[in-house]
Structure formats: C-alpha cells, structure tokens
Design a protein around this ligand. Structure first.
Ligand code: NAP
Length: 309
C-alpha cells in the first residue's frame, strides 16, 4: 500500500524536485497539498497544514518544503496528528525547534526524516570511502553562486531566520560532516550583511577538525559567471575534489565515474523516507545547522552594499 502523502509549501523545490520524485515512486501517493498561494493540479489543496490534517485524516505522512521559518509549526502539528514527517533543509529556524521535533517524533512513535539532499549527491559515498583510513592535512570549501539566478524573488532568504548565504552553504556543511571521519568546529567566522537585509550575503569560516586540520570555507551569493560548489580535501597520500555540490568527484585530478544507481538526490531521499517509515526509524542530524548557528554566535559582522532580491 502506497503511503498517502501531503506536501507542504508548493514553491520552487516542490515543483522542481519533490513532485517529480513522488510521482515516480510507487511507495507514495500525493493526496493533498498545503500552501497559501499554490496547489497541484488534480490534488486536494488547502491553505494551511491544520486544514489539510483535519480534512484528510487518511494521510500517512507529510513532506515539508517551505522555508525553515515555517517548518516547526507544520511539523509539530503533523507529528501530533500521528503523521510521519520529512523535512527539507535547513531543518528549522532555531536549534531548539529541531530538538523538540525529534523528541515529539519519538514520543509519537513516528518517523522524522530531517533531510540533507546534498548527502545524496552521486559523489558523496565514494568521497566518504576515500577519507576513511587517510590522514587529512587540509581542505577547503568554495560555495559561490548567483542568488538572483538561483533564488529569484525569494525575500525570505534575507529575512531574519532565512540564513542568507547559509541556505545553500549549509549543503556544503552537510556533505563535509558526512564524509569526514572526525568532527569539525567553527573557530572563526566573518559574516557580510547587506546594509538593508537581516541575513548575510557572504561568509568566511575557519573550520577545524578535532585534530586541528583547517578547512577554509567561503560562501558567496554575489557570484557572476561560473558557479562553484566545491569541496577539496588533501591527505598525505592524495587529494579529492567534490564539485557540482557533490555530484562529481575527482581523485588525484582524475574524474571518478559515478555509480548510475546513485543518480537523483530526491528519488533517493524519498526511497530512504519510505524505508525509514517501514522500519519505524527516524534520522535527525543537525550538526550542519549547529555549525551555522555557531558562525552566527561567534562571527564578526561586516556591513556591505545593499542587496535587492
Ligand atoms: P520558494 O520557491 O520560496 O517556495 C517555498 C514556498 O513555501 C513558498 O512558495 C510559499 O508558498 C511557502 N511558504 C510557507 N511559509 C513561507 C514563508 N514564511 N516564507 C516564504 N514562503 C513560505 O522556496 P524554495 O526554493 O522552494 O525553497 C524552500 C526550501 O527548500 C528552502 O528551505 C530551501 O533551502 C530548500 N531547497 C531549495 C532548493 C532550490 O533550488 N530552490 C534546493 C534544495 C532545497 P505559499 O505562498 O503558497 O504558502
């Protein structure tokens, strides 16, 4: 029997990725949506999660693809109604919200899948295998994209709680924390805030592993021309480069062909969600979000030119 799914927040990522991935997976049936200004043809649509939960009691699960500021209330309402929940990244607006959602899922005996889609990019598993058993000596992250191209008109990114350049940058941190064999901390951060916005447009982080290896990190939303989503790791016995947000891998300068079975981040996310519901498990790993929160805690603030979405 397919899981009856409600989709919350019908915007860019819902249309580009979630709806096609759900349609292609026989383990799910999209039966309702909750979005203030949008819906999906042929699917019951509601303005709020509460109305959707009340009118469609047969829902088994909901998948939330709103911005992070709207995750907590929706996820809490769904868990309390006994539904399984899948959450887009970034997981929430505050760290406390994630802990409370995790506790609620456990209390209700329901699955909470707090996703990091970039961890499902084709090169990530092989990168983790390469790191295992090697001694790292350094690394860098360069995540530079044009916010006007990738997030047209999305003011929420620059509102308080929208995380600014960390909205994409947290993807890099999700991959780094997945592939490294040891934990990292933020030892220094510089955050650049446009004079008219509440969230940073660029950030530089000094990350350090517990054994003191530096991973220099640059996030920038003002990139024109070539777009870069690269992670480089250097070991005594070679070097690795994950590019295209984890989708392409080079080891010692040579491309490594990706396994065809690893194609498609969102189909793999939904496959994992179905497996977790079946197994009665949850998955919550908010280390990438902690690193972002820590950058806000210790970061030096610089004011830069105004930015208009
Ligand atoms: P989006 O195009 O702005 O869509 C999000 C939708 O959520 C909106 O259209 C809006 O629909 C609804 N919403 C509910 N509460 C909202 C609020 N307080 N502020 C703004 N919208 C609200 O954004 P998106 O690009 O799909 O991104 C949504 C989430 O997916 C983000 O957390 C982002 O990090 C993640 N994501 C995005 C991408 C991407 O390429 N864009 C990739 C991976 C992950 P209604 O007005 O109909 O309620």
């Amino acid at each position: 029997m397919a899981l009856k799914l409600g989709l919350v927040g019908i915007g860019k990522i819902a249309r580009d990725q979630h709806i096609p991935a759900i349609a292609a997976d026989p383990r799910f049936e999209l039966v309702a949506t909750a979005s203030r200004n949008a819906g999906v043809d042929g699917v019951a649509s509601f303005k709020t999660v509460e109305a959707m939960l009340a009118d469609v009691p047969e829902l088994d699960a909901i998948s939330i693809c709103t911005p992070p500021q709207a995750h907590f209330d929706a996820a809490l309402a769904a868990l309390r109604a006994g539904k399984h929940v899948m959450l887009e990244k970034p997981p929430a607006a505050t760290t406390r919200e994630i802990s409370l959602l995790q506790a609620e899922a456990a209390r209700q005996g329901r699955t909470l899948f707090q996703t990091w889609h970039s961890r499902f990019a084709a090169g990530v598993d092989a990168a983790r295998d390469w790191v295992k058993g090697r001694t790292l000596t350094g690394g860098s992250i360069t995540w530079k994209e044009d916010v006007h191209h990738w997030h047209p008109g999305q003011q929420w990114i620059f509102d308080a709680g929208g995380l600014g350049v960390f909205d994409p940058g947290i993807n890099a941190l999700s991959v780094l924390t997945e592939v490294l064999a040891e934990e990292v901390v933020v030892s220094k951060a510089v955050l650049e805030f446009p004079e008219n916005q509440q969230a940073p447009i660029a950030a530089q982080l000094d990350l350090r592993t517990q054994s003191g290896v530096a991973v220099d990190t640059v996030f920038d939303f003002r990139q024109k021309g070539e777009q870069t989503w690269d992670i480089e790791l250097v070991a005594a016995t070679g070097r690795l480069r994950l590019s295209h947000g984890g989708g392409a891998l080079e080891i010692d300068g040579k491309p490594v062909a990706a396994d065809e079975a690893l194609a498609g981040e969102y189909p793999r996310l939904y496959a994992r969600f179905a497996e977790m519901v079946e197994a009665g498990r949850s998955e919550v790993d908010w280390r990438p979000f902690q690193l972002v929160a820590d950058a806000f805690l210790i970061g030096e603030r610089r004011t830069v030119a105004a930015h208009h979405v």
